[in-house]
Design a protein around this ligand. Structure first.
Ligand SMILES: CC(C)(COP(=O)(O)OP(=O)(O)OC[C@H]1O[C@@H](n2cnc3c(N)ncnc32)[C@H](O)[C@@H]1OP(=O)(O)O)[C@@H](O)C(=O)NCCC(=O)NCCS
Length: 159
């Protein structure tokens, strides 16, 4: 893979971010959820992703071909809101690098720990990055009464 560059997301990255979001869910999470659950998870993503980029701390990973992953943090509450990698680039350390840089920035903001809701398919990935389960698994009800299970996780940040 070409060298990876991590930078702040810009408004013009939104179309690429939206593509990665949909493709990552449909491809990389299908091991753990039914098709109707994947579609409910994707949901009405336009406003949500725009909010991620304009209001949150959002980073993208760029390889030679363009954007291959993104991660977002709601800084006021230290909550990781998204971590998605283009399916063809999964398993090549893109997600890990994105989280590492996000955590460095979170430390710089004085945050002592990060929390997140992990999808079942991603819990192992977050465990590898040092996140631990922070409570019982949960179930949310999305559009059309589709239920989605997940795992609350957290990671203390060393200063
Ligand atoms: C989860 C996701 C972000 C991981 O990104 P990635 O770039 O493939 O992960 P990396 O290659 O950086 O993996 C880092 C480490 O985690 C491990 N890992 C990655 N995915 C894993 C998984 N599903 N289960 C267990 N371990 C996993 C890797 O083997 C690697 O371990 P190593 O450091 O020993 O080599 C990506 O697969 C994805 O976009 N999934 C779909 C969207 C999603 O579920 N996002 C999370 C929403 S909560």
């Amino acid at each position: 893979m070409d060298a990876l560059t991590i930078r702040n997301a810009r408004a013009e990255d939104l179309p690429a971010i939206a593509r990665i979001y949909q493709n990552a869910i449909r491809h990389s999470a299908r091991s753990h959820y039914r098709p109707e659950q994947l579609e409910a998870w994707i949901g009405d993503y336009d406003a949500k992703l725009k909010n991620f980029v304009t209001r949150y701390l959002a980073l993208v990973a760029e390889a030679g071909s363009g954007i291959v992953g993104f991660v977002t943090l709601e800084p006021e509450i230290g909550r990781v809101r998204a971590c998605y990698v283009k399916p063809g680039f999964a398993g090549r350390s893109v997600g890990g690098r994105l989280l590492e840089v996000l955590e460095e920035q979170a430390r710089g903001l004085g945050l002592a720990r990060l929390t997140l809701d992990a999808s079942l398919n991603a819990a192992g990935f977050y465990r590898k990055q040092g996140y631990i389960q922070a409570g019982p698994g949960y179930r949310v009800t999305l559009d059309n009464d589709v239920e989605l299970e997940g795992i609350p996780m957290e990671k203390p940040l060393q200063s």
